[in-house]
Write a protein that binds this ligand. Structure first.
Ligand code: SF4
Length: 489
């Protein structure tokens, strides 16, 4: 990328923070590493973007035929001059602002532009970056007619054949684009000024570091903040409240006082951190552990939630359960469905799930939100299993509630309350697998479904099962930890 251009990404950073823009342009090496989840989200965007080409097939792809931005701009010019009907990744520059248009289509009234988003809704950020593209096109294309944001249609249901036209839906942003032309002119001027000044803007950290997304230079700007002792590392409390403390001089947790909190429960966390000692509500924990009077198991469910549905009768992003691990302290029982041939095997999954859990009086989970929503959907789909499935939900006991309700907090959590972090802080007897997150598990599952190699399938399945087993073992160990707390106190 030529340093003189301002890409859409660069200007959207300027919207968030001028320092972020400057670092992106002049010190990109300071950027944080992409997380696995972020990489997977980008990959999804790319796949859906390519799929959208089918809306207007047989176009000329500028990005594939050029090596750099200048060449792309030049080729786009030639294609426009020769009235090319469909162009992918058409590239334009105006006032140094460089944009690439996913789809550009010549209609009787002029060129229409389409920006593809691999999501169900148009967010404020999407609207803003589409308006930026609109601004450039309006100034570069004499016969520019309209601009559409194309999203995935949340009502789309996969039938026998994939139907690209009903899968996507579009909305014109012409009105908003027209209203914001001067705004983006000014934004481009601001970008010029910052580059001319050639100095890192003196911007302190703030809530803007997280809005609309966590900034890519977080690691660099926040490197002197010790989240173990800073108020900014406190969990459960909004960033606005935390920055209010930080900006009024209460930067360390030890400076916080009782009157600083409306919700007195937050004090339990600050006390734990101040005293470097766990905060334990023995009465509530005992109530919780004494609830489990019969036999119990621990359960965890993994789902796929693909932008592009592959199973007949399902919608984009619908949560399809593919793996469940049930652990009773000695044995793991697995429910696994690979949905071979794209058949809807959720009935088999639901029956197996009931079979694996029916003997238990209690089913322990950690944050039941996903499990409850998946099982309710199965109950809705299969009325013959509804009673048993809803009974399964009734058996749920959510161990996360002890933490959510401030009955236990350990300073070693360092504000990170996911199961993996808690297991590691409490030294629970669990060794986590290579899979990093639920999103990562989904990607491994998609790999498994797309390979024909049986040996590879087996390896991927083992990886997934190990991941799910780790979570379910962690729930078991966490519950054991709370029981020991009661016994030893
Ligand atoms: S981390 Fe915050 S202060 Fe630093 S560049 Fe990003 S948004 Fe700006």
């Amino acid at each position: 990328m030529n340093i003189d251009f301002y890409s859409k990404t660069a200007l959207m950073k300027l919207e968030q923070c001028s320092k972020s823009f400057f670092l992106y342009k002049k010190h990109p090496y300071l950027k944080d590493k992409f997380s696995v989840d972020k990489q997977l989200t980008f990959k999804r965007g790319h796949t859906i973007g390519e799929l959208a080409h089918q809306l207007f097939p047989n176009g000329i792809n500028v990005a594939m035929q050029t090596k750099n931005s200048l060449q792309a701009v030049e080729l786009t010019k030639q294609l426009i001059e020769s009235k090319t009907e469909i162009i992918y990744e058409a590239t334009f520059v105006y006032n140094k602002v460089l944009v690439m248009i996913d789809l550009l289509v010549l209609s009787a009234a002029g060129y229409q532009a389409f920006e593809i988003k691999s999501s169900l809704k148009i967010t404020d950020v999407y609207l803003k970056d589409a308006c930026l593209q609109y601004f450039v096109l309006k100034n570069c294309l004499s016969n520019f007619e309209d601009f559409f944001i194309v999203t995935i249609n949340q009502d789309y249901v996969l039938e026998d054949k994939f139907d690209v036209k009903s899968y996507f839906k579009r909305r014109s942003i012409k009105t908003q684009g027209e209203k914001n032309l001067e705004y983006f002119n000014q934004l481009a001027r601001n970008a010029d000024l910052l580059i001319e000044q050639n100095a890192i803007p003196n911007i302190d950290i703030g809530t803007h570091c997280f809005k609309p997304y966590q900034c890519d230079f977080f690691g660099s700007c926040w490197k002197n903040i010790n989240l173990d002792t800073s108020v900014l590392g406190l969990p459960f409390i909004s960033k606005e409240v935390l920055f209010n403390f930080h900006n009024t001089g209460k930067r360390d947790i030890i400076q916080l006082e009782e009157n600083d909190f409306e919700k007195k429960n937050f004090l339990k966390i600050t006390q734990a951190i101040k005293n470097n000692k766990e905060n334990v509500d023995l009465v509530e924990i005992a109530k919780f552990t004494n609830l489990i009077t019969g036999n119990f198991c621990c359960l965890d469910i993994e789902v796929m939630s693909s932008a592009l549905p592959t199973i007949k009768g399902t919608k984009p992003f619908e949560q399809i359960p593919f793996l469940c691990s049930v652990y009773n302290g000695t044995q793991f029982n697995i429910v696994f469905e690979s949905y071979e041939g794209n058949a809807d095997d959720r009935l088999i999954f639901a029956k197996n799930l009931i079979n694996q859990t029916k003997l238990f009086t209690y089913v322990l989970v950690f944050d039941k939100t996903l499990e409850v929503s998946v099982i309710k959907k199965l109950a809705e789909l299969f009325s013959e299993l509804k009673t048993e499935l809803l009974q399964l939900i009734e058996k749920f006991v959510d161990v996360f509630e002890l933490i959510l309700n401030f009955n236990y907090y350990n300073p070693k959590f360092k504000g990170n309350l996911n199961l993996k972090a808690i297991s590691s802080a409490l030294n629970l007897d669990v060794t986590y697998s290579e899979i990093q997150s639920g999103l990562h598990a989904m990607q491994v599952f998609e790999e498994l479904r797309s390979t024909k190699d049986l040996a590879a399938q087996e390896i991927l399945k083992t990886t997934l099962v190990n991941y799910c087993n780790c979570d379910v073992k962690a729930v078991y160990e966490l519950f054991g930890f709370f029981k020991r707390l009661i016994k030893t106190n």
